[in-house]
Design a protein around this ligand. Structure first.
Ligand code: C2E
Ligand code: MG
Ligand code: MG
Ligand code: MG
Length: 283
C-alpha cells in the first residue's frame, strides 16, 4: 500500500466518500479510548423458548456512546477488527457479560449469548480470556453461549475446529449467527460441531415467499445434527406463531423485546412471560 505524500485530496474521492474516511479515522481514535473512558456498555435482548415462553438466554449487544453520539456495532466492530482493538474490546465484553449474567438471580437458568468475532476467536489468547471471564465471574460455563457469524468461517478451518473443540470441552455452547447468509453455510455444518443455528432475519422477513421453505429445510438439517434453532428478528405475533408451529426452538426479536440495559432487565423479566404465554397460545 502506498502512502499519499501530498496533502491534497485525491480527486477521485467524492465528498461523501471523503466524509466516510474522515469519520472512520475519528471513530477509530475514539474507539481506542472508549473502554478506559467507560463509553462502552452492553444491552441484552432476550431469546425466548417457543415451547414455554421462558427466557432461555439474553444476547449481549455492544453499544458505544461516543460523546453523546450513539454508534452502532455494525459501524465500529469492523474497524475494531481491522485495527486489532477487537481483542481488548472482546475481552471486555466477555468479562462484563459473564459478570452481569452471574448476578441475574431472577433468571438463574438463563444463559448469556456473546458475539465473538473471528479475529478474536482465532487469537491464541482467546481461550485464556474465556477462562478468565468464567473464573472471575463464577458463571457456570453451561450458561455461556458464543455466537459466531458464519460468513467468517472461511480461513483456517483446522484452527477454527480446534478452538470450537476447546470451547465445547468447557461446556460452553456455540451458535452459528446469521445462518444461511454466508456462501458456505452447509459445509460449515458438515465440518464443525455447533450447538445452535440462528436463522437470519432475512428469512423471517421473507416468510411469505421462499423464506419459509428455507426455514423448514434449516430446521430439518438442524434436527438431524442435534442442533437447536433460534429465529432472529421476530417482529410480529404472526411470525412468532408461524415459527413456533414450524418447530423453531427459540425466538428473538423486537416483538418480544428490544435490547435493553442490564438494569431494565430486572423489571422486564416477569411481565413478558405472561404476555407471550397467552398470545402464543402454547400453555
Ligand atoms: P447479530 O448478532 O446478528 O445481532 C442481531 C442484531 O439485530 C442486533 O443489532 C439487534 O439489535 C438487531 N435486532 C434484534 N431483533 C430485531 C428485530 O426484531 N428487528 C430488527 N430490525 N433488528 C433486530 P445490533 O445490536 O446493531 O448488532 C449488530 C451486529 O453487531 C450483531 O449482529 C453482531 O454481529 C455485532 N455485534 C454486536 N455486539 C457485538 C460484540 O460484543 N462483539 C462482536 N464481535 N460483535 C458484536
Ligand atoms: Mg448475534
Ligand atoms: Mg444475527
Ligand atoms: Mg448480524
Amino acid at each position: 500500500e502506498q502512502k499519499n505524500t501530498s496533502n491534497r485530496t485525491p480527486a477521485i474521492f467524492s465528498n461523501e466518500l471523503q466524509q466516510k474516511v474522515v469519520d472512520s479515522q475519528s471513530i477509530l481514535e475514539g474507539l481506542q479510548h472508549a473502554t478506559e473512558r467507560r463509553q462502552l456498555y452492553l444491552c441484552y435482548q432476550p431469546i425466548i423458548s417457543a415451547k414455554d415462553s421462558t427466557s432461555w438466554s439474553f444476547e449481549a449487544l455492544l453499544r458505544w456512546d461516543f460523546n453523546g453520539r450513539l454508534i452502532g456495532p455494525d459501524q465500529f466492530i469492523p474497524l475494531a477488527e481491522k485495527s486489532g482493538l477487537i481483542k481488548e474490546i472482546g475481552a471486555w465484553v466477555l468479562n462484563r457479560a459473564c459478570m452481569d449474567a452471574s448476578q441475574w438471580q431472577y433468571a438463574h437458568n438463563a444463559a448469556v449469548s456473546v458475539n465473538v468475532s473471528i479475529i478474536q476467536l482465532m487469537d491464541d489468547s482467546f481461550i485464556r480470556a474465556l477462562d478468565n471471564a468464567l473464573r472471575s465471574s463464577g458463571l457456570d460455563p453451561e450458561r455461556l453461549h458464543l455466537e459466531i457469524t458464519e460468513s467468517i468461517f472461511v480461513d483456517n478451518k483446522i484452527k477454527i475446529k480446534q478452538q470450537l473443540e476447546a470451547i465445547q470441552a468447557r461446556k460452553i455452547q456455540v451458535s452459528i449467527d446469521d445462518f444461511g447468509t454466508g456462501y458456505s453455510s452447509l459445509s460449515q455444518l458438515q465440518t464443525l460441531s455447533v450447538n445452535q443455528v440462528k436463522i437470519d432475519k432475512s428469512f423471517i422477513d421473507n416468510m411469505d415467499n421462499n423464506g419459509e421453505a428455507i426455514i423448514r429445510a434449516t430446521l430439518f438439517i438442524a434436527s438431524e445434527l442435534n442442533c437447536k434453532t433460534v429465529a432472529e428478528g421476530v417482529e410480529s405475533l404472526a411470525q412468532a406463531q408461524a415459527l413456533t408451529a414450524m418447530g423453531v426452538d427459540y425466538l428473538q426479536g423486537f416483538y418480544f423485546a428490544k435490547p435493553m440495559r442490564n438494569e431494565q432487565l430486572i423489571q422486564w423479566q416477569n411481565p413478558i412471560n405472561d404476555i407471550t404465554c397467552e398470545s402464543l397460545d402454547v400453555k
